[in-house]
Design a protein around this ligand. Structure first.
Ligand code: SF4
Ligand SMILES: [Zn+2]
Length: 328
């Protein structure tokens, strides 16, 4: 028997999110699941967060207990949007039993739900059923399927991230999700392993342009160094530096569409950072911009006087590409 007291999500918090021109109250929940079936991305430590047992029935009870915990902690009338993550893919039936999808759609009926998944788990009928249960007429698209696309460049996604799917897999999944009545959100990863600062900036510029053809929402995640990852191995040996906040700002400034960005670990050596002196204000400003979409704010932040700006410009100009043998 599973104690409902003991089970709770890996994390959950309340905040605000921009949706179109509105600011919505948002609940974010990271459910503990059977874990990512891929589990091979070079920068990811979420894959360690999983139940060891795989029995579908026990898994279902554990997830149901987490939903009961959410119900006890948060009043549904206090938020309109829900962002759902697992330590992998919400729509992977091996990770989240289909019965639990039914419970989630029923419980969050009337909310705007954003759920993260890998593309291979988008099955039109599963998504259509989920959307129908969720829909009470409040939102034109009550569900957004969110994909960790990371980059639109297949070589970078394969070599620097080891993501295990292609851009074509992503676009095909967006078509299936749209056919089922869902919207699309794309997460992009800024500066994975093995890229210079400049290569990473160029990759993001192109990825934002490409992703905006398929996704109504784009969130850019500046890479941070999580524990027990291949990325951490390189970082500890001085072979990786997280992106400069200057680069993040320049991308937000130039983006043809509004993209959101929450620089996790911002200002710390494991997260996106500049020189420590200017980091706090820039991180705060980037978070504000995600909510208010005020390009003038980004323009003003870009003019923040700090000596490290010159260092960043030097790095962009002179950093040499990572030298990796093409064969073994
Ligand atoms: S980033 Fe996503 S797909 Fe990759 S290992 Fe982590 S949870 Fe799995
Ligand atoms: Zn600085």
């Amino acid at each position: 028997m599973i104690s409902e007291q003991r089970e709770k999500p890996l994390a959950s918090w309340r905040g605000k999110e921009r949706y179109g021109n509105e600011l919505l109250e948002c609940l974010t929940v990271i459910f503990k699941s059977a874990g990512c079936t891929w589990s091979k991305c070079r920068m990811c430590s979420y894959r360690h967060e999983r139940y060891n047992e795989q029995s579908c029935e026990k898994l279902y009870h554990r997830l149901a207990a987490q939903l009961a915990w959410v119900n006890a902690e948060y009043k549904p009338e206090e938020y309109q949007m829900v962002k759902i993550f697992t330590s992998g893919s919400f729509f992977d039936p091996a990770e989240v039993p289909p019965e639990f999808l039914h419970d989630v759609a029923t419980y969050f009926c009337g909310k705007l739900v954003i759920a993260e998944t890998r593309p291979e788990f988008i099955e039109t009928e599963v998504i259509r059923t989920f959307v129908e249960k969720l829909d009470n007429g409040t939102w034109e698209k009550p569900l957004y399927c969110a994909f960790g696309l990371e980059t639109s460049n297949d070589a970078i996604r394969e070599k620097c991230i080891n993501k295990g799917f292609t851009y074509a897999d992503f676009t095909a999944a967006t078509s299936r999700a749209k056919a089922a009545g869902a919207g699309i959100k794309a997460y992009l990863l800024f500066k994975p392993l093995f890229l210079t600062e400049k290569e990473a900036v160029e990759d993001m510029k192109q990825s934002i342009r490409d992703a905006s053809q398929h996704a109504e929402m784009i969130s850019m995640n500046p890479c941070s160094v999580q524990r027990r990852t291949e990325l951490e191995f390189y970082w500890k040996r001085g072979a990786y530096r997280p992106p400069y906040l200057w680069s993040v700002l320049s991308l937000l400034q130039d983006s043809p569409v509004h993209i959101t960005c929450d620089p996790l670990g911002g200002g710390q050596s494991r997260g996106p950072h500049n020189c420590k002196k200017c980091d706090y204000d820039l991180v705060k400003g980037i978070r504000e911009y995600s909510l208010n979409a005020d390009r003038e704010l980004i323009n003003a932040l870009m003019e923040t006087p700090c000596d490290c700006r010159k260092e960043w410009e030097y790095v962009l100009e002179y950093e040499a590409p990572f030298c990796m043998p093409l064969t073994r």
